[in-house]
Unconditional design. Sequence first.
Lengths: 539, 103
Amino acid sequence: MTAVSTHLNFFQTKKGIFSWIFSVDHKRIALLYFYSLITFFLVGVTLGLLMRYELLNPGKDLVEAKTYNQIFTMHGVIMIFLFIIPSIPAVFGNFFLPIMLGTDDVSFPRLNLLSWWIYVIGALMALSTLLFGDGPADTGWTFYAPYSVKTGTNVTMSVLAAFVIGFSSILTGLNFIVTIHRLRTPGMTFLKMPLFAWSLYATSWIQLLATPIIGITLLMIVAERVLGVGLFDPSIGGDPILYQHLFWIYSHPAVYIMALPAFGVISEMLPTFSQRTIFGYKAIAFSSLAIAFVGYFIWGHHMFTSGMSGTARFVFSMLTFLVAIPTAIKVFNWVATLYKGSINVQPPLLYTLAFIFQFMIGGFTGLVLGALATDIHLHDTYFVVGHFHYVMFGGTGFAFFGALHYWYPKIWGKMYNIKVANVAFVIFFIGFNMLYFPMLIAGLMGMPRRYYDYLPEFHLPNMISTYGSWVLAVGLILMLSNLVAGLLKKNQNVGRNPWNGITLEWQTLSPPPLENFDRMPEIPLNGPYDFEHKPEIKD
Amino acid sequence: MKQNKDHSEEGTAHISSFRDHWSTLVTLLLLTIVTVVISVFGANLAALSVATALLIATVKVIVVAYYFMHLKYEKKIYTWLILLVVVLFAAFTILTALEYYNR
């Protein structure tokens, strides 16, 4: 490792818009993703708030049924393909993976930039559906056939957008796998890698191997719509259940593309704010691989009521329960990490604890849905919507915002107001649970999902849920305002290691220099969380 | 900082011989000719015709991966990773077929 020539941070090296949108620096690309993702996230949140407003009272409040269908489809497509799938890997993975491995960039920097451009092009294609023809797709984000083959809305452009965005995901996964194999700093063996890197490794394999399946499946939808080839539409000889198989062969593993990086983030924040070695390092690392592997075999639990065979339903239900084992291993180890730690309650830890609590609710309700008998009752009810949002928003979403609070001083070299961040967290947390817990109740009562109207007996949970969405919005606005206000502060010096962390990113400057390190990073003696032999970090 | 140029424990540098490349190319061309002959000139394989075509294609894939893509000279882990993909593909096919044939 040679000494670098400059102490200028990566914001200072070059100026101008082109130095950003054509940058091959992994940190700048990470921030390009961040600003894009947050934009789409806010669009998705707005659509979600509109849906909740429509559901405040029975009957029409705001929009017609078809518009409601289009809104929830756009909400799903934007939140899943443009926010939650790329979220943690594209932003924090891109920024911190090379630094945590002690290297200067990912293996293929130009491919990394191309991935962002592909993402943007795909996003623009998705948004273009608002502007022509019959408007955006009204199929739900699953594009289930045969309806998606027949509807007059812009399904073709929507699925092509998802197809294009898929390439961004594949290329990022490929880049991370090669980076982890080839660019670890000398001395950093696989078992000395931080757990965030392990989680990205497992995630990348899913991105690389599963995403092509959805790509081809979506092209088959286009072929069916344009050429009428009879793949999925039973009226021309197709099999609609085949579509569901192909869709969920990708989309169930995709749940782990969304969740595994969150597990990695949590595994980073817990040791830092407990000031102790993570409990069960190997168990957490290998359980990521186990989740990625088992996750490939359980897609059928999304199809229990589709009309597929009884034998397959039994097999898929049984396999589904297997994935709970490595997930539970992680949770037990996280909780054990806190035990007898020197706990320092800061905003990132609050998000971490909320993650564990909410992810547990999401996980347990997942088991209820994975059990064949109960799923028959609950399928396509609001219970599923509540479960999914507890996993994806209460889990990955909270991990994303926790990571943002955690790495904020490292990325920007500034600090937000801690007290305001704590208050924003409390409002956000209350709003979240007010918004989604009543959905579980409404689902148990039998309220079906994907309707713009409902029977009067479902009014109370829906009312609480809509009020919760407003509380959540207040918390979100306060949180983001606080983070933006932190960026506007001048002449701050947060130092290299404001949280007293131990992984390599805390050894470099905040913000990091262009080539990541101004001096040789020191790898802790006994693995990445060896707080007993923590290298001394001087500013 | 360019510290990882010598991070070479993952694999060894290897330059394939000209002869290896030509042998691979000739093998692939021969197998392509065999595929065409079987399908066009109607070797009467009935239900086995698809299986035969897949078998030949599989052999071609192995040859390409092994020589053109240098799998032969890489660490064994990369062979295992490719086999993992084959296992996953087989699992997708078997589970879907299990569902279809039991409807």
